[in-house]
Design a binder for this molecule. Sequence first.
Ligand SMILES: NC(=O)c1ccc[n+]([C@@H]2O[C@H](COP(=O)([O-])OP(=O)(O)OC[C@H]3O[C@@H](n4cnc5c(N)ncnc54)[C@H](O)[C@@H]3O)[C@@H](O)[C@H]2O)c1
Length: 327
Amino acid sequence: MTDHLGQKLLYLSQSDVAAVGLTMAEIIAALERMFREKGEARVEMPPKIGIHPAPDAFIHAMPASIPAQKAAGIKWVGGYPNNSKRGLPYITGLLILNDFDTGIPIALMDATWITAKRTGAATALSAKYLARPDSATVGILGCGVQGRSNLEALKVLFPLKKVYAYDTHADRSARYAEEMSLKLGIEGVSVTDPKQAVVASDIVVTAGPILRKPHATIQSGWLREGAFASLVDFDSYWQPDALHEADKFCTDDVPQLHHYRDIGYFQDIPPIHADLGELVTGRKPGRQNPKERTIACNLGLALDDMATAPLIYQRALEKGIGAWLPL
Ligand SMILES: NC(=O)c1ccc[n+]([C@@H]2O[C@H](COP(=O)([O-])OP(=O)(O)OC[C@H]3O[C@@H](n4cnc5c(N)ncnc54)[C@H](O)[C@@H]3O)[C@@H](O)[C@H]2O)c1
């Protein structure tokens, strides 16, 4: 709102962001528009920088700009694997949205909801290009926030019937299976062995903790022919041999993947077939036959957040949601 520019910014709490009512279908569409821009090299996004105050924990600075959407801003996001022991979320953060023309901050919003939803949306978008369109069974390993948002997003694009849910805490996978049946109308089956969630699934999502030293539970021979896997927790879940079974290994941003490799992740992964911008623009082919095994390892981009946050801001203005704070 130009009359507030330079005077006030809109603060949106976590419940405000959720109350705005942006749908998963809208977020997937926003990401697809953004990845088309990225594929045409019309966006700006330096690789994440961050600090690491505790082992396997991070707080990352994620700036990005999408000129076609007049979107500019930054997310400051923390990920602490041990937070759950204290009853606190793994991922938390704040996002500042700037006015594209002047750089002036126009909004400050909680980034927890956005991070959950846009990550699920990125999985679904990758799956649109890499999974079999008739994919009906999903294996979710890690039944937390991402386990939920990834299934919600996949349900938008695929005729899902059954989800096999695995979590190291059996009570969590049981709760998840029940909840997803009720919310999404997908039959939920809680399993006690991670293999059961992989071998029978058309789509596999691993969403446990990100570890510099992978626990590498998933072995070669588990991911079945024609399946697609989304590695939300990087390569933490996968033995290198299992990853190398992929016919196509994709990511959302190659420089970022190389950056992570340089700091110790992804020490043994297959060659990268394409990034998501290349898949969306058709520069590189997605799935070419029903037998291929395909993998997307989306690292999570500032661009995902910046494709989503302006829509939340606009909708909040329209609905009168949020609190104005003086600059
Ligand atoms: N790639 C991205 O864009 C992106 C974005 C956000 C979060 N993440 C990552 O996604 C992961 C999940 O985040 P979240 O917010 O859902 O966390 P969460 O704490 O809500 O859920 C994680 C779940 O994994 C379970 N778990 C732990 N170890 C496991 C294992 N070995 N096998 C199966 N389950 C296990 C936990 O019990 C918990 O239920 C984290 O690693 C996070 O860093 C990635």
